[in-house]
Design a binder for this molecule. Structure first.
Ligand code: FAD
Length: 451
């Protein structure tokens, strides 16, 4: 039952079957039933829900599509989940200023397709693009394969309207491509995982659609060579649109789950995409091929866009393929400097061999962002405990190499206990101070980031 009596005119439910559906996200973090779920249709309704929550001391949990991998939209027990799935309109395409304004619940992939049809390009492309929302992308500062060349969500958000925890409305950023007027509230909200305010309208920068794309599949007999190829390509001043790495176990997982004919007798592969004008692509491709061949790589060029898209479909099924094997796998998304990718891969292999726990690595190697999957079974207590023990060890190595605990998934609930490994006391005090100013009663997405 959808009951509007709690907040006048707003679709809201306290029915258990609704609460269950919004009690978890894609992270596997323990589910928690909220007090209620609300589906606002506009900013005024969001304000009314927040005012009701504020007056009754309910916490507020923003929810996009629940594809988050860090438990950031898992509710608190007394919380009201505000689901943005009914606020998904593209409000305005401003071709004179190269911007598009959207409601937060719009699906990333849908926005991309609509813009492509008009000849424009919104580059941030999380592998979950067919499900995740722009609001969720902004709150997690989502990246994706194209981040190497085009940057992450932060680089495309020009401004947003947001509702604060007391129901007041703010404008962060605006319509201009540049602005230097006081502190940058827009950038504070990006990546804040719903802990500061709720984005209700978002203005994004768009680019012209690139003329052409070439997809290369490069097969390596040695994992470390694939990491070396990544840093050599960058050092040669070539910035591909994507450079995705899959290790042997990742390739096997895809071939067992959704076969596309990837060879399973190699140690790693790189999926490289170059875009731009055809002449530039040809030139860059020649140099990429030379670098990869010199490292023992075998290069296959996708014959057309359909073949390229088949490879991307396979790449995007990676996460599902691994969950298929181990539903309780532990998934981290560390990031290291590009020139440390090869070293990090060797360290991961060493840790896997010494612990006896399988680790599958894949990800956006071009920007140093590796998805590290610790393949454990929750029913096997000993194995699971060993997997959990590996997490801080992996983080230690990551930080020692100058990296960071999360390249794109955020801290949420699942990484909150490791947060202080990277963020030290004084910085933590500053962050908590900011949180206190935005949200003095601590109602916005409690328990996330700071634990
Ligand atoms: C198969 C798979 C592949 C993935 N690949 C990638 C990838 O390549 N790159 C990447 O970055 N991530 C990836 N992710 C993670 C996830 O898709 C992203 O974090 C995404 O941005 C979450 O969007 P969502 O709409 O599902 O948000 P949710 O999971 O619902 O929420 C995420 C966070 O955003 C907050 N939030 C949502 N809407 C708003 C709003 N309007 N205002 C304020 N806060 C809000 C929530 O409170 C929460 O803190 C992947 C996930 C899966 C399952």
């Amino acid at each position: 039952m959808k009951d509007s009596s709690l907040v006048a005119g707003v679709e809201i439910s306290t029915e258990k079957e609704d609460l269950i559906c919004y009690s978890y996200d894609a992270s596997g973090a323990a589910a928690m039933l909220p007090f209620a779920v609300a589906w606002p249709r506009n900013t005024d309704q969001v304000i009314n829900i927040v005012k009701f929550a504020d007056a009754n001391n309910h916490s507020i949990i923003a929810r996009g599509a629940g594809t988050g991998m860090a438990g950031a939209s898992v509710p608190a027990s007394n919380g009201i989940v505000i689901s943005f799935e009914k606020m998904r309109k593209m409000l305005d395409v401003d071709t004179k200023n190269m911007t598009v304004t959207v409601e937060p619940g719009i699906i990333n992939g849908k926005l991309q397709k609509e813009l492509e049809y008009l000849g424009y390009f919104y580059p941030p492309d999380p592998a979950s693009l067919n499900n995740c929302t722009i609001g969720g992308n902004v709150a997690t500062n989502a990246g994706g394969p194209r981040a190497l060349k085009y940057g992450v969500t932060r680089d495309y958000v020009m401004g947003m309207e947001a509702v604060m925890s007391d129901g007041s409305l703010i404008a962060a950023g605006g319509k201009t491509h540049k602005r230097v007027v006081g502190y940058d509230l827009r950038n504070l909200l990006i990546g804040s995982e719903g802990t500061l305010a709720l984005a209700t309208k978002i203005r994004l920068r768009m680019l012209p659609l690139p003329e052409d794309i070439m997809t290369l599949l490069v097969l390596f007999g040695k994992l470390e060579s694939s990491g070396t190829a990544v840093s050599k390509i960058i050092a040669a001043k070539i910035i591909p649109r994507t450079m995705e790495l899959l290790d042997k176990s990742a390739i096997e997982a895809i071939e067992n789950y959704k076969p596309v004919g990837l060879p399973t007798d190699v140690d790693a592969l790189l999926l490289i995409e170059l875009d731009g004008y055809p002449t530039t692509i040809e030139k860059e491709a020649g140099r990429v091929v030379d670098i990869c061949r010199a490292l023992g790589g075998e290069v296959i060029v996708a014959e057309d866009s359909m073949a390229g898209e088949r490879l991307w479909d396979a790449r995007r099924s990676m996460s599902a393929a691994l969950y298929h094997i181990k539903p309780a796998k532990i998934n981290e998304d560390i990031v290291v400097p590009i020139d440390k990718v090869s070293l990090m891969l060797s360290e991961l292999r060493r840790m896997s061999e010494s612990s006896g726990i399988k680790i599958v690595s894949f990800g956006h190697a071009g920007d140093g962002n590796l998805h590290v999957n610790i393949m454990v079974d929750k029913n096997n207590k000993e194995e699971y405990a060993k997997g959990v023990e590996l997490v801080p060890k992996i983080f230690e190595v990551t930080l020692r190499l100058g990296g960071s605990l999360s390249g794109e998934h955020g801290i949420g609930l699942t990484k909150a206990s490791y947060f202080s490994m990277e963020v030290k006391r004084r910085e933590l005090e500053l962050m908590k101070g900011i949180k206190g100013v935005f949200d003095p009663k601590g109602l916005m997405n409690p328990g996330k980031i700071f634990g």
